[in-house]
Ligand binder design. Structure first.
Ligand SMILES: *[C@@H]1O[C@H](CO)[C@@H](O)[C@H](O)[C@H]1NC(C)=O
Ligand SMILES: *[C@@H]1O[C@H](CO)[C@@H](O)[C@H](O)[C@H]1NC(C)=O
Ligand SMILES: *[C@@H]1O[C@H](CO)[C@@H](O)[C@H](O)[C@H]1NC(C)=O
Ligand SMILES: *[C@@H]1O[C@H](CO)[C@@H](O)[C@H](O)[C@H]1NC(C)=O
Ligand SMILES: *[C@@H]1O[C@H](CO)[C@@H](O)[C@H](O)[C@H]1NC(C)=O
Ligand SMILES: *[C@@H]1O[C@H](CO)[C@@H](O)[C@H](O)[C@H]1NC(C)=O
Ligand SMILES: *[C@@H]1O[C@H](CO)[C@@H](O)[C@H](O)[C@H]1NC(C)=O
Ligand SMILES: [Ca+2]
Ligand SMILES: [Ca+2]
Length: 295
């Protein structure tokens, strides 16, 4: 696939549409057809246009269009909502021109997703007593527990200082002196070239805290990995939030880190470590763990 792309004449045009001043990046591939490999994707509209340029315009003015195919032999212009690198592949096809359009607004809409699964502790069961209920969709070691707010063992209440959108549950360390949870996810291939061009930044955040004057602590680390699953660069860590940071008030405080996603990144891992400092229970807690990519 890569060789086809390299052989084809590729032009990247930066066009500013006066209408809304978004930058449209349009890549044009001659003698290449976009072939959707997912049975669910099909053109959302097919029109007959007099020229390549009018097919291009038809895509640019349609906010749903990300990919268009213009067939010069029958002047058919097919518009797709699909993103080439995510759902389909490019094949050689005489007389066919494929265009992919990405505008910043569309891109940011795609990016506004949290890449961390169940970062908010709202998926799956939560403990309402001293039981250990391991976090759903996370790997874990030790007693780390997904617990309801108002669970008297975690001590964290829905009325204490913390996120307004905290939902019903959070994660806390429970009874281990040290306990961890982690997950590793792949970024979708759509982002690869943007990442390699060093245009993608990350925003990693969470609400982290603990109980009263206890120093039970939580740290969340973000690591990036390349194609051969080797870590690139250093881990980025948010937390711990100690009793002094909280003025000895049982609470969750917002912590965030921003940076550039290193070139070559294909996957990431988030590791959350809970360390008990006093008492029987590790009251270190975390909620709303979020990883967002943006340009
Ligand atoms: C789990 O935690 C224990 C105690 O901290 C440690 O010895 C062990 O290596 C950990 N195992 C994994 C798979 O992380
Ligand atoms: C927790 O307790 C507070 C105060 O009693 C109450 O308003 C809230 O609904 C409770 N939340 C949950 C999730 O039980
Ligand atoms: C990530 O991609 C690798 C290599 O393609 C694959 O082996 C692994 O299962 C994927 N992981 C997830 C969580 O999808
Ligand atoms: C990072 O994301 C959080 C919430 O997800 C948001 O409140 C914060 O403003 C973002 N920070 C930056 C620098 O974009
Ligand atoms: C991944 O990173 C390692 C260590 O920096 C490097 O040796 C390796 O060539 C990289 N692999 C890829 C596919 O980029
Ligand atoms: C990683 O951390 C080490 C030690 O703090 C530092 O010397 C190095 O510059 C860092 N590397 C990157 C890519 O930030
Ligand atoms: C927090 O608690 C510690 C230990 O009990 C105490 O030394 C410190 O003065 C307290 N700080 C505040 C701001 O209350
Ligand atoms: Ca929650
Ligand atoms: Ca404790």
């Amino acid at each position: 696939m890569k060789s086809i792309l390299l052989l084809s004449l590729s032009i990247v045009i930066n066009q500013s549409l006066a209408k809304n001043s978004h930058t449209i990046v349009l890549s044009i591939f001659y003698n290449v057809r976009y072939l959707c490999v997912d049975p669910q994707c099909s053109p959302f509209t097919t029109v007959v246009t007099p020229s390549l340029r009018s097919c291009q315009s038809a895509c640019l003015i349609n906010t749903n269009c990300r990919t268009a195919i213009f067939d010069q032999s029958n002047l058919q212009c097919e518009l797709f909502i699909d993103i080439v690198r995510q759902y389909g592949q490019m094949i050689t096809n005489e007389n066919v021109v494929t265009m992919t359009a990405i505008d910043n607004r569309q891109l940011s809409a795609i990016s506004e997703r949290n890449w961390i699964i169940n970062g908010d502790a709202e998926t799956g069961p939560c403990a309402s007593d001293s039981s250990v209920i391991s976090p759903t969709d996370w790997n874990h070691n030790g007693t780390v527990t997904q617990a309801y707010y108002n669970n008297t063992y975690s001590t964290h209440k829905s009325t204490e200082p913390g996120p307004s959108d905290r939902g019903n549950c959070h994660f806390y360390g429970q009874a281990s002196s040290t306990t961890t949870m982690w997950q590793k996810q792949n970024f979708t291939s759509y982002f690869y070239s943007l990442i390699d061009d060093q245009t993608v930044r990350f925003n990693f955040s969470a609400w982290i805290g603990g109980a009263g004057n206890q120093d039970d602590a939580v740290e969340a680390s973000l690591m990036f990995f390349n194609q051969s699953n080797q870590m690139i660069g250093n881990a980025t860590t948010i937390g711990p939030v100690r009793a002094a940071d909280r003025g000895n008030v049982t609470s969750l405080l917002f912590r965030q880190a921003n940076g550039q996603v290193p070139s070559g990144t294909r996957s990431f891992e988030v590791l959350v470590k809970f360390t008990r400092s006093s008492g029987t229970y590790d009251n270190g807690a975390i909620d709303n763990i979020v990883l967002i990519l943006n340009e």
